[in-house]
Design a protein around this ligand. Structure first.
Ligand code: DHB
Length: 394
């Protein structure tokens, strides 16, 4: 056994022992409940970390820091977007800090790296950002308040052919959520009589879209369907417009990650008219959302909340409700408290499916428009209570 494998083995043994301890009644006598928030606070996905953390802190500020007799303590750790770091941080949070829930997870590989830690230690793992369908199947302790790519991809694939788009090229980031978006978009689009003439995959890290966009231009589709993760939308939008693709008659459609509220207002007029499907727009016309957007901006130097923020805000809401339901108990009692929760969110009604532990929510069709001098995703249609199409029917 090398020192390294021994260390790994020891931490796994400690996790298993801790799992047994946490499952005992009496653990709840501790008067603090710790939330371990693991997020990319630096690196390419830093905007996700900033949005989720700010929203979680806002929820606590608005709703008090005592729940079921326990004081909520938020511990934020920067995983820099690297799965090995996420896993090590999760092990430390569970063993040393004795957190009651692991939360955050800005990219799919980061959530997947931590799922075994949740299983071993019987700690609920709440995904507030990542969105590959299969993440909830990586451990029976995983729950989600973000979204899944299939939820959004199927809705835009139903809309497009009814609106003059018959021939499409798809372009996605080459990892879990991109593969989901490509598959669920193209299957549904073909079912609706559409044709996907080319499926392009671009690297997740520092992509250069130019050679891919040249291929799109040559294929002359009615539209380009895009999935890129939060933070990457502005770059592809810029290159799309610079190459005159819109002028050449190619429309841009996608999941709402493309017209991310964190960047949308700086994308310029080239973004006007882009139609996407997603579960959250900062322009969503409800009182609860208006209050949320206003409070979020006030607390964060006028930063506009995006769909990552609403995942974090609803995630804290879910933690509060689950903890009330478990009367302050952690582990399996807390897990049970999450299942079947349903509440009003700035996005609309959110439910945690008790069978799949995945989020169920409304998916909106939105078009980028200028409102009050700013660019927004303006909702014009909705599909209610969308379950993740990626889960096999039971
Ligand atoms: C994922 C990350 C994103 O930023 C996004 O918008 C969608 C999915 C992910 O890695 O799961």
């Amino acid at each position: 056994m090398t020192a390294n494998t021994r260390r790994t083995w020891i931490s796994w043994a400690a996790l298993a022992a801790l799992g047994a301890t946490l499952a005992q009644p009496g653990w709840a006598q501790d008067s603090t409940f710790k939330v371990g928030l693991i997020l990319p606070m630096t690196g390419q996905q830093a905007s996700t970390g900033r949005q989720v953390e700010a929203a979680a802190r806002l929820y606590i500020a608005q709703h008090g820091d005592t729940v079921a007799g326990k004081k909520i303590e938020l511990i934020v750790k920067d995983d820099t977007g690297l799965p090995d770091v996420s896993r090590r941080l999760a092990q430390e949070l569970v063993i040393k800090d004795k957190v009651g829930v692991l939360a955050g997870f800005g990219l799919t590989p980061l959530a997947l790296a931590v799922a075994p830690v949740a299983t071993q230690s019987k700690t609920p793992l709440l995904v507030m950002a990542a969105a590959t369908s299969s993440i909830t199947e990586a451990s029976p302790y995983v729950l989600r308040t973000s979204f899944t790519l299939p939820q959004a991809a199927v809705v835009i694939a139903d809309w497009a052919p009814k609106n003059g788009i018959k021939k499409v090229v798809s372009l996605v980031s080459d990892y879990g959520p991109g593969v989901d978006a490509e598959k669920f978009f193209s299957e549904q689009f073909k079912k609706n009589g559409g044709e996907v003439v080319e499926s392009l995959r671009v690297p997740l890290r520092n992509p250069d879209f130019a050679p891919f966009l040249q291929k799109v231009r040559d294929a002359k589709p009615d539209a380009l369907f895009v999935f890129v993760p939060s933070g990457a939308g502005a770059a592809i939008m810029k290159q799309f417009v610079e190459r005159g693709m819109d002028k050449a008659g190619i429309k841009l459609i996608g999941t709402g990650d493309l017209t991310d509220d964190d960047q949308l207002n700086d994308m310029g007029d080239g973004a006007l008219g882009v139609v996407t499907a997603h579960h959250y727009s900062a322009y969503h016309p409800s009182d609860l959302n208006r209050q949320f957007v206003e409070a979020f901006k006030k607390a964060n130097n006028n930063l506009r909340p995006n769909f990552m923020a609403v995942g974090g805000y609803d995630g804290m809401h879910a933690i509060y409700e689950a903890l009330k339901a478990s009367k302050g108990e952690g582990s399996d009692a807390l897990l049970k408290g999450f299942k079947g929760l349903s509440f009003e969110s700035p996005r609309g009604t959110v439910t945690i499916d008790p069978e799949t532990r995945d989020v169920v929510h409304d998916v909106y069709l939105r078009k980028v428009e200028r409102k009050d001098g700013q660019l927004y995703n303006v909702e014009f249609d909705v599909v209610k209570a969308v379950k993740d199409p990626g889960k096999a029917p039971k």
